[in-house]
Write a protein of this length. Structure first.
Lengths: 158, 715
């Protein structure tokens, strides 16, 4: 069946046979590389996207469940020319090593900051709890999210 | 340098017998760098990016020696045959081996270019300076540039080793915390990993493995498959191939359900693992021994420490792409050692080395010998059935956790004693376990997983251990760093391998540093000494070990005020491999229903540090992986296979469990570089064990330090 939804602000249509997950659709016919496969069981956070603003795993969700929804991925946050404050902060803090987990973590962090512009460290940890980082860069990531939150509040104040 | 362990030495013919780093193996300068007329230099190291930031560090080294801004330096990913053969990217050796080679190769290349430019200009080479790649006379007039001489084949010569690189104080780029080259792609979700390769007409494949390590395929029921998926039989393996990834995934699940196997138990009883290790035939090696006169023992400790099998647990499962064309195969891989992998591919595929081209593409973080090499063979096997079509094989999470090589379970038994003066008088350590290397390319038979399931099968060799000169495996860090008159350290490497074992970050140091440091803590307590003071009394020959230990003691406020019941601080120190970086760790532990590590203080002496922020990232990352290993990780299995094949079955550290980390890099920056990837793991595990004793009065004897294992230690 054909499924239509909004991807990073733009309308898309994709043929979604039974057995195609949203992650398959995003990485296959829709040509993205940001959402990543990590486990296929919603247990590691690599494949997180936002669905109507809520961070959710995409690796086990049938693609047809995206029908009519607003899907956001890391590609929708920013670009090298116009980075999201989170992307700028992750670079400033050098918050990553292998980086495989970063797409999902950035999506969850962006959803957190959209909901709570001034999260404490505990709130950042809680928001990132579904995400595994095996390289051990978590403390840098927490600092980066707090840094981005400060930058975004500063920008609003200005 | 791991020359003693499979590093290629045969083809060298350099003028200087003692060329530095990997130049010894590949002395021709053109193998390391080439200038382009477009105003860039491309450096071609044989070491690979595995998430550790090596490409950035090598860029810094090259920029410094060539007097170039970093944006003129390109680092090419390794490939065969385009890159020097630098063995395996492992052992915290890349700066020592590759960095040293790049530094000297660039210094010589600069000198050669300057000499030619100076000769043409009729002035002395010493009078020429380099600015942004342009050669300037003392009056500022340009007399040449790297780019203008790029076509002159000046670097088609062998290194002589007679051009000293810049003195430490003259370096302007190496030693600075430059941002990593690879990180921008990773925060913008750009295609960067081998997983993201999308070649024209590429097919997607999945392996369907047996339900047991030892199994025979009996049959496969027919039935429809999704999309255009088809099945491929490869001896006792099945693979599914489809043009779309969803169809490959769906087909793999259906084929797995339709296959019938004769599965036979071959694994030991997990609940009797130490007994199995002790009963299995083994090869004994003496690791270290001396018998100087020793005063009589007054206080002694005898203890047995055990550790389980561990998984690498890369966040991205192993992946590779292969394409056959006219009897030759090209493979895109995240292997740590592409030449070693090529050797095993040649054996299994029955082709010549010249018919195999390997191209390194980054994978998810690599913490040792995981499934990267295995999946490269899988891709080559499947793609052979589809000539001309690239085939991408992605492992499942279950394959990654259950079928990758595992870090082997082991036992360390230690008997040690102090004399009436409270000084160590004798020390005996006996180690038992499987070897820590099943890396490819080092034996007659291949070590790649699927080779054992082909028809006819290859017999995978039992894992070996590098000799101490090559860093050791199971015996790594088994020799205590403390002065002791009577010492006897031996290792029993098992000669059977029911669970394929190989290298994981730290290797034997994970167990041995903990066992050694726990014994030191216990001896200090028995003899009424402060554990740090006790260690320092035995470290007079190793001032850099004493320095990091003193530093970390100051950082954590040792001994500090006694904490409330249930919390405590432990400390530990080690020099990785006895030849690498020094690292001391203090760990604050809180013990409630489970043990948590709340805070780590780390002091490390890594000698010269090319990128301090990158080194700090590596040291902290290693420590956090060690927290996970110490408190949570153990591979579980039944008689058929590994059963901890999901993140539920093999939990690792989560954000809520990550301790705060305070880290200082100390020591002489002009000393040789020593590597940052692994020195922190052993001391972190040991410090947590010490913190558990301080908090609970229990001395842990089995990893991980879970409530069950701690309860057993109380009995």
């Amino acid at each position: 069946m054909e499924v239509a939804f909004t991807l990073n602000g733009a309308p898309v249509r994709v043929e979604a046979p039974e057995g195609m997950t949203l992650l398959h659709a995003l990485r296959g016919p829709l040509g993205l590389s940001g959402p990543r496969f990590g486990c296929g069981a919603e247990a590691c956070g690599c494949c997180y996207v936002t669905i109507d603003g809520e961070p959710r795993p995409s690796c086990a969700l049938p693609a047809e469940a995206a029908s009519g929804r607003m899907i956001g991925t890391v590609e929708g946050l920013g670009t090298p020319a116009a980075p999201h404050p989170l992307q700028a902060a992750f670079l400033a803090e050098q918050a990553g090593q292998c980086g495989y987990c970063l797409s999902g973590i950035l999506v969850s962090a962006a959803a957190l900051l959209a909901r709570d512009p001034d999260p404490g460290e505990a709130a950042v940890r809680a928001a990132l709890e579904p995400h595994l980082c095996r390289c051990g860069a978590q403390n840098r990531m927490i600092r980066a999210v707090l840094r981005a939150a400060r930058a975004m509040r500063g920008a609003v104040a200005a | 340098m791991n020359l003693a362990f499979g590093f290629p030495m045969g083809q060298q013919g350099g003028n200087a017998p003692e060329l530095p780093g990997s130049l010894r193996a590949e002395p021709r300068l053109s193998r390391w760098l080439r200038f382009s007329a477009d105003g860039t230099v491309t450096v071609t190291p044989g070491k690979v990016e595995i998430g550790q930031g090596i490409l950035t560090a090598l860029m810094q080294i090259a920029a410094d020696e060539l007097d170039l801004p970093v944006d003129r330096v390109r680092i090419a990913p390794a490939s065969t045959p385009g890159s020097p053969n630098e063995g395996v990217t492992s052992g915290s050796l890349s700066i020592q081996e590759s960095g040293t080679a790049v530094r000297h190769a660039c210094a010589e290349a600069r000198a050669i270019h300057l000499r030619i430019a100076a000769q043409r200009a009729g002035i002395a080479a010493e009078a020429v300076r380099v600015e942004d790649g342009v050669f300037l006379r003392p009056d500022g007039a340009a007399i040449g540039a790297y780019w203008l001489q790029a076509e002159d084949a000046l670097l088609e010569v062998e290194a002589r080793g007679d051009v000293p690189p810049k003195a430490a104080g003259a370096r302007g780029v190496a030693g600075r915390s430059l941002p990593r080259l690879d990180l921008p792609d990773k925060v913008f979700g750009a295609p960067r990993y081998v997983h993201d390769l999308r070649l024209p007409a590429m097919l997607h494949a999945r392996m369907v493995r047996p339900p047991a390590r030892v199994a025979t395929l009996l049959g496969l029921r027919d039935g429809p498959l999704p999309g255009d998926a088809s099945v491929l039989h490869l001896g006792n393996l099945l693979a599914v191939v489809a043009s779309e990834e969803w169809a490959a995934d769906a087909a793999a699940a259906r084929v797995a359900a339709r296959a019938t196997w004769d599965a036979r138990g071959s694994l030991p009883d997990e609940n009797g693992l130490p007994a199995w290790i002790e009963a299995t035939p083994a090869q004994r090696t003496e690791v270290a021994r001396h018998d100087n006169p020793a005063p009589p023992a007054v206080h002694s400790v005898s203890a047995r420490f055990t550790r389980p099998y561990l998984a690498h647990g890369s966040i991205g499962p192993s992946c590779a792409v292969a394409r056959w064309e006219g009897g030759a195969v090209e493979v895109w891989t995240h292997s740590q050692g592409i030449y070693n992998l090529r050797a095993d591919l040649v054996t299994v595929l029955g082709v010549e080395a010249g018919q195999v081209t390997l191209r390194h593409v980054e994978g998810a973080g690599c913490y040792g010998h995981n499934g990267a090499d295995d999946v490269a063979l899988d891709a080559a096997l499947v793609a052979r059935a589809w000539p001309g079509r690239p085939v991408r094989v992605l492992w499942s999470r279950a394959e990654e956790l259950a079928w990758s090589p595992h870090s082997p379970a082991a036992i360390a038994e230690i008997e040690a004693a102090v004399d009436a003066e409270g000084m160590l008088c004798r020390w005996r350590t006996v180690l038992r376990g499987n070897g820590h290397s099943s890396r490819p390319g080092r034996a007659k038979d291949p070590t790649l997983l699927s080779a054992a399931y082909l028809d006819p099968p290859f017999a995978l060799p039992v894992a070996i251990d590098a000799p101490m000169a090559g860093g050791g495996g199971g015996q790594r860090n088994a020799v205590p760093p403390y002065r002791v008159p009577s010492l006897d350290v031996s290792m029993h490497r098992l000669l059977e391998m029911p669970i394929r074992s190989s290298a994981l970050r730290g290797l034997g140091a994970l167990l041995n540093v903990w066992a050694t440091e726990a014994t030191m803590d216990e001896l200090a307590a028995r003899s009424g000494q402060d554990p740090i003071a006790f260690r320092l009394r035995h470290l007079e020959d190793d001032p850099r070990a004493a320095a990091v230990l003193r530093e970390v003691a100051a950082m954590c406020g040792w001994p500090g005020a006694p904490e409330g019941e249930g919390t405590g601080i432990g400390i530990a120190v080690a020099r990785y491999k006895g030849t690498g970086g020094w690292c001391a760790v203090a760990a604050e532990v809180e013990a409630a229903e489970v043990v948590r590590c709340r805070r780590l203080w780390i002091a490390a002496d890594l000698g010269e540090v090319i990128n301090p922020d990158g080194a700090a990232n590596q040291i902290e990352g290693g420590a956090l992986q060690a927290v996970s290993i110490a408190l949570k990780e153990a591979v579980h299995f039944d008689r058929l296979n590994v059963t901890s094949d999901s993140w539920d079955g093999y939990p690792v550290l989560r954000f809520s469990e990550v301790p705060a980390v305070e880290l200082r890099l100390v020591g002489p920056r002009d000393a040789p570089p020593l590597g940052a990837g692994e020195p922190s793991l052993g001391p972190t595990i040991a410090a947590i064990a010490g913190g558990i004793h301080a908090a609970l009065g229990i001395r842990p004897r089995a990893m991980p330090f879970t409530p069950d294992n701690l309860a057993a230690a109380m009995e």
